[in-house]
Write a protein that binds this ligand. Structure first.
Ligand code: URA
Length: 190
């Protein structure tokens, strides 16, 4: 698919998600949060679920966690055209609680199709919830962050969720190391 075709396909999916009533979160959401970034990106970040600001604005990572993520991306010199960002859940769980297994099950087909359209070379899970869903149910973020996994043509890594870095700044140095690895891998595939 060309970038233009990908963009059209993503927009169709975005419209389908906006109408989704696949789990109970549709009752409490203000907006669905499909994703943002470049349809032509080779790098896809996957977070957990929208928070309050994301739910209000309909865009992922626009709150405090998003601001920190922007700093890490700027640190490795990436701009929005270089990546795409989405979440496991497209709707906000009440009070930002962890997603329920049935909510993840209901929402994963959307992410699978998103990955299918984008065909990223690199997928980076932000935090434990995304890593356990995408890499392995027993993924341990403290032990396994920064390691590369391969799936087909795609390289997958998990790093700390920016919200975890806000709560526990001591992890920030490890996160910076992970972001440097991401840049190195992206440059390899350039
Ligand atoms: N946390 C997430 O996991 N995703 C967002 O979009 C915002 C905060």
């Amino acid at each position: 698919m060309t970038t233009e075709e990908k963009s059209v396909a993503l927009n169709e999916e975005r419209k389908a998600v906006a109408l989704c009533r696949g789990c109970g979160l549709c009752e409490s959401r203000n907006n669905t949060v499909y994703g943002k970034g470049s349809a032509g990106a080779r790098l896809l970040f996957v977070g957990e679920a929208p928070g309050e600001q994301e739910d209000l604005q309909g865009l992922p990572f626009v709150g405090a966690a998003g601001k920190l993520l922007d700093e890490y991306l700027a640190f490795i010199g990436l701009e929005e055209e270089d990546y795409y960002i989405a979440n496991i859940l497209k709707c906000r769980p009440p009070k930002n609680r962890d997603p329920l297994p049935e909510e993840e099950e209901a929402c994963m087909p959307y992410l699978r199709r998103q990955v299918g359209i984008l065909q990223p070379r690199i997928l980076v899970c932000l935090g434990r919830i995304a890593a356990q869903r995408i890499i392995s149910p027993d993924f341990r973020i403290t032990k396994d962050h920064g390691k590369w996994y391969e799936r087909g043509n795609m390289k997958i890594m998990a790093t700390f969720h920016p919200s975890a870095l806000l709560r526990d700044p001591i992890k920030k140095e490890d996160a910076l190391t992970d972001f440097k690895l991401i840049l190195e891998e992206l440059n390899k595939n350039a």
